[in-house]
Design a binder for this molecule. Structure first.
Ligand code: UTP
Length: 291
């Protein structure tokens, strides 16, 4: 089964990153050299995605601009012999088609995914949150592994998970796995449980593969935690209605969720330290100022 559509929700207000996100999307904040969402697109392109649908909103036009060809900029760099800088714009040529639709009311992540229904139609598809990078420099093969599991298991959904400290389970959708191992069927998922009601410490990690039946489930899902239509609640409904949902854990790679300043600062420093040109000098500098 060839899965080549990815839906990238980027409509949220990013209030936890104010004032940085007052007039710019959090998905456009740089981590090292690139904006967050560019890493997401590069990961999806490597995983074989050919059509990317962004679920966007009024203050997010810089995302569309970022993935356009900037003819004038290319021309200027070429005329000035700045070949090295031209190479930084290579991503504009990625072999993908971009589509955009607006989430006209911010009713939650589940609602954002539901906005993709007409576009996706009857095909399976990937969902990748636009504010989360998987693996250092997005060098992750998780989406490809997920689409493989989806096909092999004839699943209705495959969800990526990351083990988190139990004290943090209340921030995530948490799995009740049916078995141990890196790939497992899921008996249930619970959105933001208390520590004592969490069935495990496996937290949903920003990547999903869905059969189109998720749209039916989403359309029948009432607002849940935080008054939002929760994607986790729709997955739960799919399971309760006999659907087969599988989990796969990240393999030695971290999920960088750029949702709050603590996570953002850490991600920026880690990516900057790994930078081939500037990383070593930064390491020295940090050593000096931390002393
Ligand atoms: P978050 O809940 O982390 O994003 O959603 P947020 O609402 O922007 O953050 P805060 O709480 O105000 O700081 C994760 C992803 O889902 C998208 C966001 O853009 C982000 O990429 N999202 C969330 C939507 O597209 N629509 C929504 O209604 C909610």
């Amino acid at each position: 089964m060839n899965i080549n559509i990815a839906v990238v929700p980027v409509a949220g207000l990013g209030t936890r990153l104010l004032p940085a996100t007052k007039s710019q999307p959090k998905e456009m904040l740089p981590v090292g050299r690139k904006p967050v969402v560019q890493y997401v697109v590069e990961e999806l392109t490597r995983a074989g995605m050919e059509r990317l649908l962004f679920i966007t909103g009024p203050s997010k036009t810089s995302i569309e601009n970022h993935f356009d060809m900037h003819g004038e900029l290319i021309q200027t760099l070429r005329e000035n012999g700045k070949e090295e800088l031209l190479a930084e714009l290579e991503f504009e040529r990625a072999p993908v088609q971009y589509f955009y639709t607006r989430q006209r009311q911010l009713l939650g992540l589940g609602h954002a995914v539901l906005c993709a229904r007409e576009f996706v139609g009857a095909e399976p598809f990937v969902v990748a949150l636009g504010d989360s990078i998987i693996g250092l420099n997005a060098q992750s093969g998780i989406v490809r592994a997920m689409t493989r599991v989806f096909s092999e298991q004839r699943a209705d959904a495959v969800v990526a998970f990351e083990a988190v400290p139990r004290s943090e389970v209340m921030h995530y959708g948490i799995a009740a796995p049916k078995s141990d191992g890196a790939i497992f069927e899921i008996a249930d998922v619970i959105e933001k449980p208390n520590e004592d009601e969490a069935p495990s410490n496996l937290a949903i990690a920003a990547r999903y593969v869905f059969a189109p039946r998720i749209f039916d489930a989403l359309a029948r899902t009432a607002p849940g935690k935080g008054g939002e239509i929760q994607l986790t609640d729709a997955i739960r409904r799919v399971i309760q209605e006999g659907g087969r949902v599988f989990g796969i854990t990240l393999r030695g790679e971290r999920r960088y969720d750029i949702g709050n300043f603590d996570a953002y600062f850490r991600a920026f420093v880690e990516f900057a330290l790994a930078d081939a040109k500037h990383g070593a000098a930064l390491r020295e500098y940090l050593r000096e100022i931390i002393k």
